[in-house]
Design a protein around this ligand. Structure first.
Ligand code: C2E
Ligand code: CA
Ligand code: CA
Ligand code: CA
Length: 378
């Protein structure tokens, strides 16, 4: 399920067929009980139509042409090193272990080497279990949104809210930081993303019905949601279906996420804005992005990350950085939203230094919709 850009039913089917096609040649190349055969298998990153593969990227130890649906694919093995004696000694075991190690290596990032051990297998098993529970719960509305007010720092008025996802399970609430990264490695992230936008649109209707005139909401969008084209169009379709105007819905994307897939993300965000939607750059200042990205990334708001807000009162350097972000935002003509505001002192400093909007426990924790609506009425 981990194909770059092929993370859908087709990708999975293709993956299975490729695995099937690999097993026999591997068996012949390393007949059991082979000793210390070094096998490398990146079944994921470097498959693609043969002419698009740059074979210099990979140390090729194994190649196999494969025709699928009239396209010639060349499978190039690389990245994960494994010795046959580390596993039971047959090709199927070897491939499975290669697959597991490879996933672990990918999770740790480019250039890492992971030696297979059963512990990795266990962790992969836990992730897999979480993922399959997530798949089932998607059908059962166990995922729901809570809403955290965003407050004008000069007047105290509520000017919007961020929708944050929650997953209710028998074992209690699982925080998004735990399941979103897992979901991002599966096809579920698309269904989850759609569900979030849909629920946000429903919430906007409830907000209107409660007479809270035109309060906007923002939702978090994962970089993976941009892998499938037409994100802006899908968001617009959900809004139209619910009868809410697009300018009521902001998409929050982190700069790190945007950089992963820059041209596609920028294009979708431009389309969203051109249709009247709002874009916020989340966790601003925490990624490794350069200002060059900011130049080309269309945005209406920058969100100052809570890591800068947290130490505002104690740490002069944090104040300098926050102040620089605010100046940058103002000179670019974008709105500034500080997240993680927990103290009056932080809120005052932010207001005095030109940040209009704050969000954080000082004002309210993320609230279920009825409580959020009550909170706005007070
Ligand atoms: P984020 O977008 O940066 O969201 C802000 C996080 O800070 C939220 O954590 C929020 O509950 C928390 N927070 C708010 N005020 C305060 C405060 O005053 N102090 C402190 N210490 N924390 C505060 P949460 O809800 O656990 O969400 C974590 C992350 O999960 C989010 O970070 C976002 O990246 C991701 N996430 C949440 N909902 C969704 C979603 O619907 N889709 C996607 N793709 N990601 C989501
Ligand atoms: Ca956010
Ligand atoms: Ca954030
Ligand atoms: Ca954050």
């Amino acid at each position: 399920d981990n194909f770059s850009g092929l993370n859908d039913a087709f990708g999975v089917a293709l993956g299975n067929r490729i695995l099937g096609a690999l097993i026999e040649p591997l068996r012949q190349a390393f007949p059991p009980p082979a000793m210390l055969a070094r096998v490398t298998a990146d079944l994921f990153a470097v498959i693609g139509p043969a002419e698009q593969i740059d074979s210099t990227q990979a140390m090729t130890v194994f190649e196999q042409p494969l025709r699928l649906d009239n396209t010639l694919y060349r499978l190039t093995a690389c990245t994960t090193e494994l010795t046959l004696d580390a596993v039971a000694g047959n090709a199927d075991e070897l491939l499975r272990a290669a697959w597991t190690s490879l996933r672990a290596a990918k999770q740790r990032g480019p250039g890492t080497r992971v030696a297979y051990d059963p512990d990795i297998e266990r962790q992969a098993g836990e992730r897999f279990a979480l993922m399959s529970r997530l798949g089932q719960d998607l059908q059962r509305d166990a995922l729901f949104l809570v809403f955290q007010p965003q407050v004008c720092l000069s007047t105290g008025r509520i000017v919007g809210a961020e929708a944050l996802l929650r997953w209710r399970t028998d074992a209690g609430l699982i925080p998004p930081g735990e399941f979103i990264p897992v979901a991002e490695k599966s096809v579920y992230i698309h269904a989850i993303g759609d569900r979030v936008v849909q629920q946000a649109c429903e919430a906007l209707k409830a907000i209107d019905a409660a007479g809270l005139n035109d309060l906007p909401l923002s939702v978090n969008v994962s970089a993976r949601q941009f892998d499938a084209p037409g994100l802006a169009e899908r968001v617009a379709a959900h809004c139209a279906e619910a009868g809410v105007e697009l300018h009521r819905l902001a998409l929050e994307i982190t700069e790190t996420a945007a950089m992963r897939n820059f041209s596609q993300v920028a294009q979708a965000l431009r389309a969203h804005r051109a249709a009247g939607g709002i874009v916020a750059i989340d966790d601003f200042g925490t990624g490794q992005s350069s200002l060059e990205y900011l130049r080309d990334l269309p945005a209406d708001h920058l969100k100052i990350d809570l890591s800068f807000v947290r130490h505002l009162e104690q740490d002069e350097r944090c104040r300098q950085i926050a102040s620089m972000i605010i100046k940058l935002g103002r000179s670019l003509g974008v709105g500034l939203i500080a997240e993680g505001v927990e103290t009056r002192g932080q809120a005052d400093w932010l207001r005095d230094n030109g940040c209009q909007t704050g969000q954080g426990w000082l004002f309210a924790k993320p609230l279920p919709l009825p409580e959020f609506i009550d909170f706005c009425r007070q």
